[in-house]
Design a binder for this molecule. Structure first.
Ligand code: UGA
Length: 467
């Protein structure tokens, strides 16, 4: 019998082994998904070219650097660039023309209506269509950007066919292969995914993509294009639902003087519920969860279905930062005229991404109540200043706390766990609101500060909502 350790070693060796027949792979869009995909295939032994219309991005990637903060991915990218196995170019047509697989990994941001903006998808599809026209070989085009069901077959496919004069399913293959990586663990999530979803128009393309992923030993779900698109939305909207549900329960717990952490942990032990993504906080941000909930709500409405769940979980999310402010006010009274420190501006700790960060509604709420705000983040300050240029910024967490009447920690950066007496004594009033439930209450209290956590009702039963 093979021991568990031996089977683990074998599993690692399997995905770490370079493939026997290296393929030429083109990735269009040098963002999180595109670069994680490119680095993953490079590590599996393929020759990768990353195409992006932004010359500044191409220059950054060509020098082995990332245009965002993700250290483990950058380390591997740098090695691949040095060895010549990964290159970058702004000539997306040539990059696609010389490749056997072309992955479309461009952004699909939210429009004010909630609908996704697919201009980049159309543009990239046009480039790939031109490349198909110039090439004699069969290629597999793989849609990886998050797009609402029917986009691949009703938008991408006609563009590819009209620009190339070729037939999908005959002259080239078309697949939809959603990405499930989290920022902060992009490479690990790409190399060790929980599943690989392969939606394809025709069997040949699906088989080829499945073979490309063969070194990654995980279940591969073969399906059609629209189901693959929907799987991504079903996954992300469920994660968002779990978080909003946890926040709803936490808001109730705190009013009963109960610690929601114990409640949600115990509830999550039921395998039908599951413990992950049940952590209360100031709400979910990032480039995906809020955008995907809005987009699914919008596309469902266009199809004649008015979702009742999705708008509600968005409303809970919008209101959640107010819980943090009320919690602080339950201890220090109104924030009007007070100096409030906000630690952590990224949408979560460990990243420099501020898209849909809950720090924006949090700071806006504090300012609307008449507080003055001083803010700090280890990596995301440059991005946040563009969103809120007029507030005060500090150059360290300690400086941020200097003279503050209270502090709300918005992102779970590990270094904030180390803050102690030295920093807290700089505050006018040492009150710390843990907006992500990751700090150690005992450490904070023994360091001379008052700890308040979102959904943590034990210490001060019944206080929230009474001020
Ligand atoms: C999310 C999904 O988790 C990935 O599976 C998906 O591939 C990705 O979107 C995407 O579509 O590209 P990401 O945007 O990196 O990944 O962020 P998460 O780690 O999911 O966190 C989202 C937000 O939820 C953060 O603001 C985080 O602080 C918050 N959160 C997360 C909670 O408030 N509670 C939790 O229990 C978990």
């Amino acid at each position: 019998m093979v021991s568990r350790k031996a089977s683990r070693v074998r599993k690692v060796l399997l995905w770490a082994q370079p493939v026997r027949v290296p393929m030429r792979i083109c990735v269009i869009g040098a963002g999180y998904v595109g670069l994680a995909t490119g680095v993953m295939f490079g590590k599996l032994g393929h020759q990768v070219v990353c195409g992006d219309i932004d010359p500044a991005r191409v220059k950054t990637v060509s020098s082995g650097k990332l245009p965002f903060y993700e250290p483990p991915l950058e380390k591997e990218l740098s090695k691949l660039v040095k060895s010549g196995r990964l290159t970058a170019t702004s000539d997306c047509v040539s990059a696609a023309r010389t490749s056997e697989f072309v992955f479309l990994c461009v952004q699909t941001p939210s429009l004010p209506s909630g609908r996704i903006d697919i201009r980049s998808v159309k543009n990239a599809s046009g480039s790939v269509g031109k490349a198909l026209k110039k090439s004699k070989d069969y290629k597999v085009i793989v849609m990886k950007s998050t797009v609402v069901p029917s986009t691949t077959d009703s938008v991408v496919l006609p563009i590819l066919e009209s620009h190339s004069g070729k037939k999908a399913g005959v002259d080239f293959g078309l697949c939809m292969n959603p990405e499930f990586l989290q920022e902060g663990s992009a490479l690990k999530d790409s190399m060790e995914p929980s599943r690989i979803v392969i939606g394809s128009m025709d069997k040949r393309a699906g088989d080829m993509l499945s073979k490309l992923y063969a070194p990654i030993k995980v279940e591969k779900i073969r399906t059609d294009l629209r189901s693959a698109e929907m799987i991504k939305y079903a996954s992300n909207t469920f994660l968002a639902t779990k978080i909003s549900y946890a926040n709803e329960i936490a808001n109730m717990c705190v009013r009963f003087g109960i610690d929601s952490d114990t409640v949600l942990r115990a509830a999550g032990m039921d395998p039908r519920i599951g413990r992950l993504f049940l952590k209360p906080g100031l709400g979910f941000g990032g480039s995906c969860l809020p955008k995907d909930v809005k987009a699914l709500k919008d596309i469902a409405r266009q199809k004649g279905y008015k979702s009742r769940l999705l708008p509600t979980l968005l409303t809970i999310n919008e209101m959640q930062p107010v819980e943090g402010i009320q919690l602080l006010e339950s201890e220090i009274g109104s924030v009007r005229g007070k100096r409030i420190a906000v630690l952590g501006l990224a949408f979560k700790g460990g990243v420099d991404d501020t898209r849909e960060t809950r720090a924006v509604p949090l700071v806006t709420g504090l300012l609307a109540r008449g507080a003055s705000v001083v803010a700090y983040d280890p990596m995301a300050m440059g991005n946040f200043i563009k969103l809120m240029p007029t507030i005060e910024y500090a150059s360290s967490a300690g400086e941020c706390l200097d003279g503050a009447d209270g502090c709300i920690v918005q992102a779970d950066w590990p270094q904030f766990r180390k803050l102690g007496r030295k920093e807290f004594t700089r505050m006018k009033r040492a009150v710390i609101v843990d907006g992500r439930r990751f700090l150690d209450p005992a450490h904070i209290e023994t360091s001379g500060a008052t700890y308040l956590g979102v959904g943590y009702g034990l210490a001060r039963p019944g206080k929230v909502g009474k001020s």
